[in-house]
Design a protein around this ligand. Structure first.
Ligand SMILES: *[C@@H]1O[C@H](CO)[C@@H](O)[C@H](O)[C@H]1NC(C)=O
Ligand SMILES: *[C@@H]1O[C@H](CO)[C@@H](O)[C@H](O)[C@H]1NC(C)=O
Length: 416
């Protein structure tokens, strides 16, 4: 799957206005929607806790404060109402990806969504929310209107948010160690945490990486290919994506839509939603009935720097810290280029779940990642070629194609 790196992009007036000329790249094609998409779906307007209760599970909300003052919301499922006292209770932390939230893990409903499947099996399920998303927009001192609030990428999610949530879970349960499973950016943050603070490896039984993202040199997402052209000019990228919080300008969205969606698909709701423009769409796994509910929950909020950090690595083809420019790099890192994350320090067992039709997590990049990680338990390809990046969360058959496998492998570790 090699797509030509064929987008020519002329930046006009300091990069705030972009002119896109298109060539060959993946695209969102027309999707047979039927009338369902326009039908009201109550789940679009329920929050995570309300969804959990509605579908017959016991939910809890917990607040965790990070070392640098962000107040994060964790959602927990302690089990189905029908089974009040499960005997075995190993905890698992589920971590969402870019522009997402804990709702990723429950929106498909019982028997379909990973969080419910885990709860049915007797796991104590915790779902994280990274700083800046819908549920984690508070800070001890800062407000979301402060520029300072948004000065983070997924590096800080890995260095502050994950450790705070993991320690909180360990302090508030009987578990000595927990499982970790994540989608996309949730895997990136895990690799950041375990490479920069290796003692966290000892707190993890095993990590299930769904659509792992670390090396991104072979990403095919046209969104990131455009952004990569602005990454050397951080301010220009910031302007395009809406300064500090990710809120792309109308003009940028319009250009992006025209570039990424086939003309017949332009008017469809997936082409108005930046989540799909970033992560792609086009497989046979999208559930038409579920789509309105999904659209009520994404995008769930991110900082602009999360995007800029990825796009820097699309260019450098390295998995490394944020590039602040020569002088600031020297001040922070004592060198002119950002240091690489030392993946050989990620000693927790990692299971890599991947697929061949993913705009963000390419097979080549996963090979590079697998070579660097010292403890890859297994690499498992989703046995369905059209399966794509967002299907890991909402795919019609994600339960059979993916989650059952995730559960099987976890039970191997439970028995050890
Ligand atoms: C918990 O126990 C049940 C039945 O005893 C078993 O089916 C399930 O796999 C166990 N779950 C975990 C997390 O060990
Ligand atoms: C599609 O989503 C609806 C609403 O959540 C659900 O009832 C239905 O079972 C789903 N269909 C498939 C094939 O997963």
């Amino acid at each position: 799957m090699i797509f030509q790196f064929g987008i020519v992009c002329l930046a006009l007036s300091l990069g705030t206005d972009a002119f896109f000329v298109e060539e060959d790249h993946p695209r969102i094609s027309k999707f047979d929607l039927s009338e369902n998409v326009f039908r009201y779906n109550e789940d679009a307007n329920l929050n995570a806790r309300e969804l959990i209760s509605k579908y017959g599970y016991r939910g809890e909300t917990h607040k965790v404060t990070t070392q640098d003052g962000y107040i994060l919301e964790l959602h927990r499922i302690t089990g189905p109402n029908s089974n009040p006292n499960p005997e075995n209770k190993t905890a698992i932390l589920l971590m969402h990806g870019l522009l997402s939230s804990s709702v990723d893990w429950i929106i498909s409903g019982p028997k379909k969504a990973l969080a419910y499947m885990l709860a049915d099996k007797g796991y104590d399920v915790w779902m994280g929310n990274a700083r800046g998303n819908h549920y984690s927009r508070s800070h001890k001192r800062l407000s979301v209107l402060d520029k300072q609030f948004w000065q983070f990428s997924w590096h800080e999610i890995g260095v502050y948010d994950l450790p705070a949530m993991i320690d909180y879970i360990l302090d508030n349960t009987e578990s000595q160690k927990i499982f970790y499973a994540a989608h996309s950016q949730g895997t990136t943050a895990f690799f950041v945490m375990c490479s920069t603070m290796p003692k966290y490896n000892d707190k993890i039984i095993a990590m299930s990486a769904l659509a792992p993202v670390a090396y991104v040199g072979h990403m095919t997402s046209p969104f990131f290919q455009i952004l990569t052209r602005f990454a050397p000019m951080i301010e220009a990228g910031m302007n395009l994506l809406g300064m500090y919080e990710f809120q792309p300008t109308e003009k940028f969205m319009k250009n992006l839509k025209a570039l990424i969606c086939d003309p017949e698909a332009w008017s469809q709701p997936i082409c108005e939603n930046v989540m799909f423009l970033v992560a792609g769409f086009g497989s046979d796994q999208m559930n038409r009935t579920l789509l309105p509910a999904i659209l009520g929950h994404v995008p769930a909020g991110s900082s602009t720097k999360q995007f800029i950090h990825y796009s820097q690595m699309v260019k450098s083809r390295k998995f490394r810290q944020f590039d602040h420019g020569l002088i600031e790099n020297y001040r922070r890192y004592g060198r002119f280029t950002p240091p690489d994350y030392e993946l050989f320090k990620v000693t927790a067992p990692v299971v890599l779940h991947y697929c061949v039709n993913d705009w963000l997590s390419s097979v080549k990049d996963i090979e590079i990642l697998a070579q660097q990680l010292p403890n890859v338990h297994s690499r498992i390809k989703v046995p369905h070629p059209p399966f794509a990046h967002l299907d890991y969360l909402w795919g019609k058959h994600a339960n059979e194609l993916l989650y059952e496998k995730v559960l099987d492998i976890m039970s191997l570790f439970s028995q050890k």
